[in-house]
Ligand binder design. Structure first.
Ligand SMILES: [Fe+2]
Length: 212
């Protein structure tokens, strides 16, 4: 994680190295561009918008504050979603990428969806049914502790009483250079690199150093 001291915006670095570590499911080229350009742009734009918002607050300019809300929502969401995404992936040959690394979560998944395969099929169907750009998430309702699969459009983050366990980026920039329009193969492959260790920690209530 790196911290921009000027703005206070924290940004997770990818937690695996080299960037080719997720191959063959996600190419090093995609990882490089996705992390250093796409995520970086969300961070840069969030920093600019929050700095302008601070200025608008100091100047008591309510119209300017309102005008900045969409930029903060979109770029702040992009930053949160990508930070979660890097942390919820792991190289396929590691123990973290095995569902056995998440005993409590997989137990809850089986209870709700019948089996791990049943869950995977349902999640895959939701991801492939998404129209346009967005994300698919496994979430836990913080009040009822029930699991659910939800979609967020564009860069909307999971907020309210739902805690994201892990999410899948369904923007074309996440797969197009490698899979072109074959979204199904991207989704099929990504099941091999979910970081179940991180997912278990989030299911049990951990959120790391950031409230993401
Ligand atoms: Fe993305």
């Amino acid at each position: 994680m790196i911290l921009d001291l000027e703005s206070g915006t924290q940004r997770f670095l990818v937690t695996y190295s080299p960037l080719q570590a997720l191959e063959p499911y996600i190419s090093g080229q995609i990882m490089q561009i996705h992390h250093s350009r796409h995520h970086q742009t969300y961070v840069d734009n969030l920093n600019a918008a929050t700095a302008n918002h601070v200025r608008a607050l100091q100047e008591n300019d309510v119209r300017a504050q309102i005008n900045l809300q969409q930029a903060i929502k979109f770029n702040g969401g992009g930053h949160i979603n990508h930070s979660l995404f890097w942390a919820n992936l792991a190289p396929a040959d590691t123990s973290q990428a095995k569902p056995e690394s998440a005993p409590k979560l997989t137990e809850a998944i089986s209870a709700k969806y019948g089996s791990y395969d049943g869950f995977k099929d349902e999640f895959t169907g939701v991801l492939l049914g998404l129209q346009g750009s967005g994300w698919g998430w496994l979430v836990k309702n913080e009040k009822t502790e029930q699991l659910d699969i939800v979609i967020t459009k564009d860069q909307d983050p999971v907020v309210g009483g739902l805690a994201p366990i892990f999410g899948i980026d369904m923007w074309e920039h996440a797969y197009y250079l490698q899979y072109f329009n074959d979204k199904a193969s991207y989704v099929n492959g990504i099941w091999n690199i979910i970081n179940w260790d991180t997912a278990e920690g989030r299911y049990l209530g951990g959120r790391g150093g950031l409230k993401l």
